[in-house]
Write a protein that binds this ligand. Structure first.
Ligand SMILES: [Zn+2]
Ligand SMILES: [Zn+2]
Length: 557
């Protein structure tokens, strides 16, 4: 199944308020929306200055071949059983232990999660504005806040020697041993300085981990202290085990990278795979696009997924000490068992290729089916317009704006619109959904307390026809939803926000009928459109050039 959304729903592309830098997928801490509380804006007390304050970031570009990502594959389990056909090496706190081929069980004797430090951030800057980040921190320090700058992410060198700088510089104004203290500062900042802020929790140290290791035939290998790392010449796999809470997908998954054992946040065992970027992508791609699709579509998808992974690394789990989880929040990842020869070939044939705009990587988003016209990024997320993410007709010969779904209306577009490259995907290209008033009331009251739905009013549309403003009047109040992502989220199961709707009566009940097109946000690459273009003879370069206009293809060293 092709996922409709790139970013998790709570994570939207956004620009900071100053509009000076692009930031991707910012998960806002719970403190951002708390009610103001009285009290003077007193600078918080801090344990000690951070070594990172004013520290110059490492200026050496990261090499793609050396880029490992750390993936959380088991979040929290009392024990895991890991199998290898060849001997495994177990590195632990005092040495290395060789474990003969077979299945080895790691049982937690003692585990304590590291303590966490809670940072409150107020601004973030792109690399080219890093001086402003340090100036901002100085200004906050002069006012008594223990401000510090966190350089995050990497920069990369292209084959032709240009730099693509994906670093961000985040300015924090306080760090605390507890979340409630961080929230209290956020509250003060919001109330007294009208300052929006967000938080991140960072583990401090490695915590405690002691495991008992039992091998084939109940052979007792001993007790070891963590953190630990397991490696083998061949992929390792988890063996099925009573009482483990491993994602069922991984009961047969194999992992090519080293497996790292850490204490979990809940005092049991967490397992991470440390794996090369290309191997990680090989475990992601088959779930993103069916491996039997045309080669050029797979190659376009490979470049988009590679670029997106490098962009997303910064803001998914950066402060938690790893890069990606294995769920849709980051991208479904199935380890080595998910690999497919055709998607792996697409990665090899586009090795190192990414999409660039200016001196940065493009947030190379994609969705299943644009419905015939792609959308502007700023119509979907709270973001500055990105020159590489402009909505365009997904038609063979281009199209006049007068013929767009935004101008024609979705019904007319569906019935009389031009041919498009994504129309073969009938189930997603055109759809109709019915809701009773009760169903809509239930959906819309999940996030807003507005009572029984009386009326839905739709305002502006993006260039693709996706709605960008929806007002809902209910028996207890009204709510306005702005941007495609908010509207689609509010309406729950609608495949896209590219729809017309009407109310009617059926069996004495009011029925709301949504007639729509496309699946997903519609920004960037249209996956079914890429398939259609490849079938019509387009190269992956042509495909990327269409969906990411103004972007250029670069090969990283
Ligand atoms: Zn994640
Ligand atoms: Zn399309």
């Amino acid at each position: 199944m092709l996922p409709g959304m790139l970013l998790s729903r709570t994570q939207l592309l956004s620009f900071c308020r100053r509009g000076v830098m692009l930031a991707v997928a910012l998960a806002v801490g719970p403190g951002c929306q708390v009610a103001p509380a009285p009290g003077p804006a007193r600078p918080p007390e801090i344990e000690r200055p951070s070594p990172r304050v004013e520290a110059p970031p490492d200026d050496r570009p990261e090499r793609l071949a050396e880029t490992d990502v750390r993936v959380l594959v088991v979040e929290d389990a009392p024990h895991v059983a890991i199998h290898s056909r060849r001997p495994m090496s177990l590195r632990h706190s005092t040495g290395v232990r060789r474990l003969p081929a077979g299945t080895w069980t790691f049982r937690v004797l003692e585990a304590a999660a590291p303590s966490r430090r809670h940072h409150v951030f107020v601004e973030r800057f792109r690399a080219r504005h890093r001086d402003e980040a340090y100036a901002e921190a100085r200004a906050w320090r002069e006012r008594g806040y223990p401000a510090e700058v966190f350089p995050m992410g990497s920069h990369y060198e292209t084959e032709t020697g240009d730099l693509l700088d994906n670093r961000q510089f985040w300015v924090a104004v306080g760090r605390f041993g507890s979340e409630s203290e961080a929230v209290a500062l956020q509250r003060r900042l919001e109330q007294q300085e009208d300052k929006w802020s967000w938080t991140r929790a960072e583990p401090v140290g490695q915590g405690q981990l002691r495991v008992e290791v039992i091998g084939p035939g109940q052979a007792h290998a001993g007790r070891f202290e963590g953190p630990m790392e397991l490696s083998s010449e061949v992929p390792m796999e988890f063996a099925r085990m009573e009482g483990t809470l491993i994602d069922p997908r991984f009961e047969t998954a194999r992992f090519t990278g080293a497996l790292e054992l850490d204490p979990s946040s809940r005092g049991a065992l967490a397992v991470f795979e440390r794996v090369g970027l290309e191997a990680y992508l090989a475990g992601v791609l088959p779930a993103e696009m069916p491996p039997l699709w045309p080669e050029e579509a797979l190659k376009a998808q490979a470049v988009a997924a590679r670029t997106e992974a490098l962009v997303n690394r910064i803001d998914k789990h950066y402060f938690e000490g790893y890069d990606f989880c294995t769920r849709e929040h980051c991208r479904m990842y199935g380890g080595h068992a998910a690999w497919h020869a055709r998607t792996s070939a697409a990665l090899r044939e586009t090795a190192g290729e990414v999409l660039a705009y200016g001196d940065t990587l493009v947030p190379a988003v994609y969705s299943a089916n644009c419905g015939g016209w792609t959308e502007d990024n700023d119509a979907v997320w709270d973001a500055e317009p990105h020159p590489a993410l402009r909505g365009r007709p997904d038609t063979p010969s281009g199209s006049r704006e007068a013929d767009s779904p935004a101008m024609m209306g979705v019904r007319a577009w569906r019935d009389h619109g031009p041919d498009t490259f994504c129309s073969a995907d009938e189930a997603n290209y055109r759809w109709t959904e019915h809701f009773t008033r009760e169903q809509l009331t239930e959906l819309l009251n999940r996030t807003r307390d507005i009572g029984t739905i009386a009326e839905i009013e739709l305002g502006d549309r993006g260039v693709s026809g996706r709605h960008t403003v929806m007002r809902v009047r209910g028996s207890r109040g009204s709510a306005t939803f702005e941007r495609e992502s908010a509207i689609r989220l509010a309406l729950g199961r609608l495949p896209s926000a590219l729809f017309d709707f009407e109310t009617g009566q059926e069996g004495g009940q009011t029925v709301f009928t949504f007639v729509g097109a496309g699946r997903g946000h519609g920004v960037g690459l249209c996956q079914h459109g890429a398939r259609g273009r490849a079938q019509a003879g387009a190269s992956y370069e042509d495909i990327l050039d269409h969906y990411f206009m103004n972007a250029r293809l670069e090969r990283l060293r």
